[in-house]
Design a protein around this ligand. Structure first.
Ligand code: SAH
Ligand code: SF4
Ligand code: F3S
Length: 445
C-alpha cells in the first residue's frame, strides 16, 4: 500500500530546503506520495522555526489542531523537528503539551530522520532525539526537490555571529562549511538536470570556508560554480554586511550568472542600536558598502531586513532607521518587530520596548517601504524584463516567474513555459506584481 506524507514548513529558505531533504528521506522509507492535507496523511512532519515568537505560536497552533485527527486515526504518525525543538527543554515542553506527538527531532539530526522512523516502528512509545551538538555534515544530496526551476544548495550550516537578538546560533550550532568540490559537483549536476536558478544557502555566506582553514573563499566558490557553464541564475543568501567586501563585489560584477540583486540585511539605522545588536558595522559603513557595490556593478539592486523595537530603541534611533531606508534606496525590505528570544543576550537587556510602541513604529516603517516598492514598480511600466517561468497560477490562468531582481511577473501563454526564460513587455505595474506580454525575442533553454 502507498503511504502518504505531508510536511508543514515554517521559517527561512534553509528550512524550505530541509523540508525537501525530509521529503527525500520519507520517500526512501515507504512514504511514496505527497498528501495535500495533514488530516489525511499517514505521516505529518512539522519543520519548525523559532526566529520570532509568532513563528512558534503558529506551529504550536497547527500541531494542536491535529489532536482530534490523531485520536480518530491513531495509526497516523506526527513528527516535530526544526529550530523550535532544538531549544533547551523545548522537546520536553512539546511532549507535555502534545503527548500525541510520535517523533521529536532537532536540527542536528535531520539527516538521520530515517533511523528515527525505524526506531518509532520498533517501539510504541514516542521517540525523542535532540542531539546537543552538531554532527558531521552530510555531503550527499538526497533531497526530493519541489522548487523547479530553482534549486537550493546549502554551502554551510550554523552561525558564529551571535547577533544579540538572534536565536539561530543556539539552535543551528557553529559554522560548518561544506566541501567545495561537493558543492560544485551538486550545482553542476542540478544544471545538467535542467535547473535554471541555483540559490546558495548559509547564514553568513561571506565566512564560507573559514572553518576549513581558508582554502576556497566564497567569491572563489562563485567563480568555480560558473566556470564553463552557460546561462543560469546564481543567487545566494545571506551576506552579513560586516564581511561584505571587494573580492565579492568583483565576483558579482564579473560573473554574468550572478543575479544583480543582493540581500544585505541592515537591521537598523542607529549606530548605538547596531552596536547593541552586535552587528559590527555602522550605518555609514553599511551605506559605503552599498555605494561601492553600485559603483562597480551599475544597476545592482539591494534588498534588506530591518527590525524595529529592539531594547532601548528611542524615537530618535527609529528615525535614523527611516532615514537610512530613504537613503539606501532598497529594491524591497523585509520588516520585523523585535521578538524577545529566551537565551539570547538582548532578552536580558533592560529597556524592552512596549508592544504599542513597536506596533506604531512597524506601521510607519512598512508604509515607507511600501511607498518605495510602488515607486519601483511604476518604473517597470513599458519596459522589458526577463523572467524565469516557475509556475502556472490556476486561479488567474497565467504563468508566472521572477526577474533577476526578484519581481514577480505574470503573462498568458497557450503552451507550458515553466523553466524557460521569457522576456516580458510590462503593461501593468500598479501593484507589487508585474503583468506583461512576451516580446517573442526570448532565448530558449
Ligand atoms: N543570517 C541572516 C539572518 C537570518 S534571520 C543575517 O544575518 O542577516 C532573518 C531575519 O530575521 C534577520 O535578518 C532579522 O531581521 C530577523 N530576526 C532575527 N532574530 C529576530 C528577533 N529576535 N526578532 C525579530 N526579528 C528577528
Ligand atoms: Fe542571526 Fe546574526 Fe547569525 Fe544572522 S548573522 S543568523 S542574524 S546571529
Ligand atoms: Fe531559519 Fe527560523 Fe531556523 S529563520 S534557521 S528556521 S529559526
Amino acid at each position: 500500500m502507498n503511504k502518504s506524507y505531508h510536511i508543514v514548513t515554517y521559517g527561512c529558505q534553509m528550512n524550505v530546503h530541509e523540508s525537501e531533504k525530509l521529503a527525500g528521506i520519507l520517500r526512501a522509507n515507504g512514504y511514496s506520495e505527497e498528501c495535500p492535507t495533514a488530516e489525511e496523511a499517514d505521516i505529518v512532519v512539522f519543520n519548525t522555526c523559532c526566529i520570532r515568537e509568532n513563528a512558534e505560536n503558529h506551529a504550536m497552533g497547527n500541531i494542536g489542531a491535529l489532536k482530534k485527527v490523531k485520536r480518530a486515526r491513531p495509526q497516523m504518525l506526527i513528527a516535530v523537528g526544526g529550530c523550535m525543538t532544538q531549544q533547551p527543554d523545548a522537546a520536553q515542553r512539546l511532549r507535555k503539551k502534545f503527548p500525541f506527538v510520535d517523533i521529536v527531532f532537532g536540527t542536528h539530526n535531520l539527516d538521520e530522520f530515517g533511523a528515527l522512523l525505524a526506531r518509532k516502528a520498533a517501539q510504541k512509545k514516542a521517540v525523542v532525539a535532540i542531539p546537543e551538538k552538531e554532527g558531521a555534515i552530510c555531503e550527499e544530496d538526497y533531497s526530493y526537490r519541489t522548487s523547479y526551476p530553482n534549486a537550493w544548495v546549502n554551502i554551510m550550516y550554523g552561525c558564529n555571529n551571535f547577533c544579540s537578538y538572534c536565536i539561530v546560533p543556539y539552535v543551528r550550532g557553529r559554522e560548518r562549511s561544506r566541501d567545495p568540490e561537493s558543492i560544485v559537483r551538486e550545482v553542476h549536476d542540478l544544471l545538467d538536470k535542467g535547473y535554471r536558478e541555483i540559490t546558495l544557502l548559509g547564514q553568513n555566506v561571506n565566512s564560507y570556508s573559514a572553518d576549513l582553514g581558508g582554502g576556497m573563499s566564497f567569491p572563489q566558490l562563485l567563480y568555480r560554480i560558473c566556470e564553463g557553464q552557460g546561462k543560469f541564475r546564481l543567487r545566494f543568501m545571506t551576506s552579513n554586511p560586516k564581511d561584505f567586501g571587494e573580492e565579492l563585489i568583483e565576483a558579482i560584477a564579473e560573473l554574468p550568472q550572478v543575479c544583480k540583486l543582493i540581500h544585505l540585511p541592515v537591521q537598523a539605522g542607529s549606530d548605538r542600536i547596531l552596536k547593541l545588536m552586535n552587528r559590527r558595522y555602522t550605518a555609514r559603513e553599511y551605506l559605503e558598502k552599498l555605494e561601492a557595490l553600485r559603483k562597480r556593478v551599475p544597476g545592482c539592486k539591494v534588498t534588506t531586513d530591518i527590525m524595529v523595537g529592539f531594547p532601548t530603541e528611542t524615537e530618535e534611533d527609529f528615525e535614523q532607521t527611516l532615514a537610512l531606508v530613504r537613503r539606501a534606496d532598497f529594491a524591497s525590505a523585509f520588516t520585523f518587530v523585535y521578538s524577545r528570544r529566551s537565551g539570547t543576550k538582548a532578552a536580558e537587556m533592560e529597556g524592552q520596548i512596549p508592544e504599542e510602541v513597536q506596533k506604531e513604529r512597524i506601521m510607519r516603517l512598512v508604509e515607507l517601504v511600501n511607498e518605495k516598492t510602488r515607486e519601483k514598480s511604476r518604473a517597470y511600466l513599458g519596459k522589458t524584463t526577463e523572467i524565469l517561468v516557475e509556475d502556472f497560477d490556476k486561479k488567474r490562468g497565467l504563468y508566472l516567474g521572477r526577474d533577476e531582481y526578484g519581481r514577480m511577473g505574470y503573462f498568458q501563454s497557450d503552451k507550458d513555459r515553466i523553466g524557460e526564460f521569457v522576456r516580458l513587455k510590462i503593461t501593468d505595474a500598479s501593484g507589487i506584481s508585474l503583468y506583461g506580454e512576451p516580446d517573442g525575442r526570448e532565448e530558449h533553454k
